[in-house]
Design a binder for this molecule. Sequence first.
Ligand SMILES: [Zn+2]
Length: 222
Amino acid sequence: MYEVKVLFDGYSGIKEDGYYANCTCTLLKGPQNIIVDTLTPWDGEKLRAALNQHQLECEDIQYVICTHGHSDHTGCNYLFPKAKLIVGYCISFKDRYFDHNFKDGETYKINEFVKVLPTPGHTMEDVSLLVETKNKGCIAITGDLFEREEDIIDESIWQSAGSMDVILQSKNRYKILEIADWIIPGHGPMFKVLEEYRVKGYGDKVPNTSDNSESSTTLENM
Ligand SMILES: [Zn+2]
């Protein structure tokens, strides 16, 4: 079984002088230690210090998984010399590359508790993790498939954060909402999946793209 520790809650939003964002960064402590999304390249020291607080060194991490290839999710991959890397659909260790068919929907199994599944939409090669835990059931770590909890009610939040395929992303969001008990989103704190978030027949649901006018006000505080 795994302990899931959010090391840093992500954020995103507009401040007076521009747009700011950093990702949610999560440690999975268990049979193989895993880091999910590694902040920006300027965050190395704080990430190392956060690991030390959990009695781990960078060398103790066996997998680094980036939900997609954007710079605020991959910045400190260099910190983990012994880790196998999964960045979106690409799996590698040093200069060696491994084939895996995420493209056709195939799940990659790290072990009996942790699976990586393709959830494209934000980019066309996004992945999410499903983690079985003792206390919280199934936790999904989704990267920017979900920006933060508020984007379930106000869909303009995830859509305006950038989506390469809104329909596909919407389908994958509903799929995760059906499976997961908790979600760790790309740019906000972990949240519980409430029953009203689960919509039956998600495959047919068309996302609501009609009103994006609220996005700048909702982003304002973070
Ligand atoms: Zn992001």
